[in-house]
Design a protein around this ligand. Structure first.
Ligand SMILES: [Zn+2]
Length: 462
C-alpha cells in the first residue's frame, strides 16, 4: 500500500485525521509505517504444562478466533459484543476450560463460554468477580487501539497468575491510606477512588486482533469487552509482554537518548518490582479525582484531548505514588522510578503521534519537562540526548500534577485544551530534534512465538 509506505508516524495532524478509517484494515502491523523491527517473545515457557489435549484446544480456539476476525472484516460485527459464529469459540472454551485443574478456573471458563453464546448478564459478571483464578481464559470482541478502531475485535487470550508480582501488587494496594495522604499533600482536594482488582499474570496464549502489532500489556475486563459501567472490574496485566517491550524498546531508547540518574536496566534486581507497580500506579492514577471532576464537557469539546489528558494524569499521579509512597517499602529509589518512567516515555513517544492517546500523553510530559528545563538537550555525539537530574524531574512531575488537578480534574474544558495546545504534539518545536531521530528508526514491536500449541508430542501432564 503506497499510502502506508509514505506514512509518517509522527505526522500528528494527518494521523489524527485518519482515526476511525481503519475498519477494513487487515495488516498485522499498525500504525502504517515504512518499516518495523520485531523482537520475539516465546509464550511457551509461561504455559501451564497441562498436556497435549489442552494445547490442542488452544490451537482450535486460535483457529476459531482467527476465522471470526476474518468474518468481522468481511461482514462486520452482527450485534455489539457478539460473534457471527459463536459456537466454535464457545465449544473450544468449554473444552479447554474443562481441563483446568482448579474448580474456580473451570467455573470461570464455563461462564465466559456462556457469555460468548448469550452475552454477559449481571449474574455472570457478579459470579466472575467472586472467583479467584489461577488460569484465565478470555474470548470476545475485545478493545484494540483507540486510534485504530473504537469497537472491539475478535481476540482470545490465556494467562497464568504471577504469584511473585501479585504479592507486590497486594502489598502496594494495601497502602491506600498513605496514598490518600500523599495525594492531599499535592492538592488538598485530591482523592483516590475505588481502584479495580489488578491481576498480575504471564501470558501463554494470544489469538486474533490482540496477536497483531503493537501488543497490549494489559486488558481491562469487562470494559474492554464492551461492557461499560460494570461494578465488577479487573485488570489483567501481562508481565512477560511488558518485560519484552522494556528489554527490546524502552531500555535501548533510554541508553541512546537519556542521561538522567543511573539509567534503566530492566534486568537489574532493583528494578524487579518497578514495571508491575508502574502499571498498577498508572491504574491508581486513573482514579485520582476531585469532587468536581467530570470529563463530560471536555469529551464533548474534544474527545482525543480528553482521553490523552486522562492518560497524562494517570501517568503523572501513578509515577508520583510509585516514587514517593511505594518505592521505599520495595527497596528501590525515586531515582529508579524516574529512570523507568522516562524510558517508558521514550517507548510510547517512539510509536508515533496522533495514533495513540497514551503516546501523545507521554510526548506531552516530556515536552513539559523540556519547556520548564527539568530536561535539557545536549549533543551526545551521534544525536540529541536528554539530560537532567531525577530530583528535578520529580519536582516537574509534582508541578504537572498540580496543573492537572486544576486544568483537568476541576471540570470544564478551556484550561485542559490550553494545556494540550501548549505541551502536546501539536506544538512540535520543544522535542523536534528527538522526534527527528525517532522518525529514522523503525517502529519496534514484539511477535509472540506460540509453537508450543502445535508441538504436542513432548508435552506431558503436570
Ligand atoms: Zn491509562
Amino acid at each position: 500500500m503506497a499510502d502506508a509506505l509514505a506514512a509518517d508516524r509522527f505526522d500528528h495532524a494527518s494521523n489524527l485525521s485518519r482515526t476511525g478509517t481503519y475498519r477494513e484494515y487487515r495488516s498485522a502491523f499498525w500504525p502504517p509505517s515504512a518499516g518495523y523491527e520485531l523482537s520475539c517473545l516465546d509464550l511457551g515457557p509461561a504455559g501451564p504444562g497441562l498436556g497435549g489435549e489442552f494445547l490442542a484446544g488452544l490451537a482450535a480456539l486460535k483457529s476459531a478466533i482467527e476465522a471470526e476476525w476474518q468474518r468481522v472484516k468481511e461482514i462486520g460485527v452482527p450485534a455489539r459484543r457478539r460473534f457471527n459464529d459463536p459456537a466454535p469459540v464457545a465449544k473450544a472454551l468449554r473444552e479447554i476450560g474443562g481441563r483446568l485443574p482448579g474448580e474456580q478456573d473451570r467455573r470461570a471458563a464455563a461462564l465466559r463460554a456462556d457469555a460468548v453464546e448469550g452475552g454477559y448478564s449481571d449474574e455472570i459478571l457478579a459470579e466472575l468477580a467472586g472467583l479467584k483464578e489461577e488460569y484465565t481464559l478470555v474470548a470476545g470482541q475485545v478493545s484494540t487501539w483507540y486510534g485504530k478502531e473504537v469497537k472491539g475485535l475478535p481476540t482470545a487470550f490465556a494467562c497464568r497468575r504471577d504469584g511473585v508480582r501479585q504479592a507486590f501488587v497486594d502489598a502496594a494496594s494495601g497502602m491506600r491510606e498513605e496514598t490518600g495522604d500523599y495525594l492531599r499533600s499535592l492538592h488538598p482536594d485530591l482523592k483516590l477512588g475505588d481502584v479495580p482488582a489488578f491481576g498480575a499474570a504471564e501470558l501463554f496464549f494470544m489469538a486474533g486482533e490482540g496477536n497483531l502489532h503493537p501488543k497490549h500489556i494489559a486488558y481491562f475486563l469487562p470494559e474492554d469487552e464492551g461492557v461499560k459501567y460494570s461494578p465488577f472490574k479487573k485488570t489483567y496485566y501481562f508481565a512477560n509482554t511488558h518485560e519484552a517491550l522494556l528489554r527490546s524498546a524502552s531500555a535501548p531508547l533510554s541508553e541512546e537518548f537519556l542521561r538522567v540518574g543511573d539509567g534503566f536496566d530492566p534486568a537489574a534486581e532493583r528494578f524487579a518490582a518497578v514495571p508491575v507497580l508502574g502499571v498498577l500506579g498508572h491504574e491508581f492514577g486513573h482514579f485520582v479525582h476531585r469532587p468536581s471532576t467530570d470529563f463530560k464537557e471536555l469529551n464533548a469539546a474534544d474527545r482525543w484531548v480528553s482521553v490523552t489528558l486522562q492518560e497524562v494524569a494517570a501517568d503523572v499521579f501513578g509515577t508520583l505514588i510509585l516514587a514517593e509512597v511505594w518505592a521505599e517499602r520495595f527497596g528501590f529509589t525515586a531515582a529508579d522510578v524516574i529512570s523507568y518512567y522516562l524510558a517508558e516515555c521514550l517507548r510510547y513517544t517512539s510509536r508515533g503521534l496522533g495514533h495513540f492517546p497514551d503516546s501523545d500523553g507521554m510526548y506531552l510530559q516530556l515536552s513539559y519537562f523540556r519547556q520548564f528545563s527539568a530536561l535539557a538537550f545536549e549533543n551526545g555525539g551521534s544525536g540529541p540526548v536528554l539530560t537532567g537530574d531525577p530530583e528535578v524531574v520529580l519536582a516537574g512531575l509534582r508541578s504537572l500534577a498540580r496543573v492537572l488537578a486544576d486544568a483537568l480534574l476541576a471540570g470544564g474544558s478551556d484550561q485542559a485544551r490550553k494545556l494540550y495546545r501548549a505541551f502536546g504534539p501539536a506544538t512540535p518545536a520543544p522535542l523536534a530534534s528527538l522526534v527527528e531521530e525517532l522518525r529514522r528508526r523503525p517502529l519496534k514491536s514484539v511477535e509472540y512465538t506460540q509453537e508450543h500449541l502445535y508441538s504436542r508430542a513432548d508435552q506431558g501432564q503436570g
